[in-house]
Design a binder for this molecule. Structure first.
Ligand SMILES: [Zn+2]
Length: 236
């Protein structure tokens, strides 16, 4: 489906405004990014009430930070991966830092209070929990399950435009696909499988959660990342 995408950057975090026949936001930045969201809407000649859908890629606070407020003010329908819903809605706590790397093991030793205050954001209800394979017909998007960074991570894929909103499954900090933040990830094996799925999707364009956006030549570039990792695993 034809739609334009505006990148909304706040520091190293990206949210996206979909402007076509229907208006949608992908992710909502950390709470500190609120002003950026308003500015992006204003630039597009839109107001909060115009947002019809909010598509969440995963439960982290820098993607859900303004969800409750946006939902309240826009009345938009909220879509998110079913396995991430308990954290987004607040019935389950944010998981502690992972032991997948040294940073995570260090962070895990800090007082929970400190981490909680840093990641603080208001919980919000999810209207449409998704598992992957669903179509969001109003927007011409398909849901692709991408577990590994969080259990309910998803991409929103536009097959016609060969483009997708890919959340944190690949970062783009250095202008090329890289690993997600491992201290906040859950499973290396699942990350590899999800990246494989993105490499096989034939994406020309990816809209990542972090770093310069959009990322062009996305699927081949993600394929090269996987090859490099397999090479270093074999060598190591
Ligand atoms: Zn994340």
């Amino acid at each position: 489906m034809r739609f334009d995408v505006d990148v909304i950057r706040s520091g190293i975090v990206n949210a996206y405004l979909i402007r076509g026949r229907r208006i949608a936001l992908v992710d909502t930045l950390a709470p500190a990014g609120w002003g950026r969201l308003l500015k992006a809407l204003q630039r597009a000649g839109l107001s909060l009430g115009d947002i019809e859908f909010i598509l969440i890629t995963h439960h982290h606070f820098d993607h859900c930070g303004n969800l409750a407020r946006l939902k309240r003010l826009s009345g938009a329908v909220v879509v998110a991966g079913a396995a991430d819903v308990p954290v987004i809605e607040g019935s389950q706590p944010v998981p502690p830092p992972s032991d997948l790397n040294r940073v995570g093991r260090f962070l895990a030793k800090l007082p929970t209070r400190l981490l909680e205050s840093y990641q603080k954001c208001e919980c919000a209800g999810v209207d449409v929990p998704v598992h992957g394979g669903e179509a969001i017909e109003e927007l011409g998007l398909e849901v692709v399950a991408l577990p590994g960074h969080t259990p309910g991570g998803v991409a929103y894929y536009d097959p016609e435009g060969r483009r997708a909103f890919t959340g944190d499954l690949v970062s783009n900090y250095f202008g090329r696909p890289g690993m997600p933040t491992l201290s906040a990830s859950e499973s290396l094996a699942e990350i590899a499988a999800s990246q494989e799925a993105l490499a096989e999707l034939g994406l020309e364009t990816a809209f990542p959660g972090h770093g310069p956006a959009p990322m062009q030549g996305a699927s081949p570039a993600i394929g090269r990342l996987l090859e490099k990792r397999r090479g270093s695993a074999a060598a190591g």
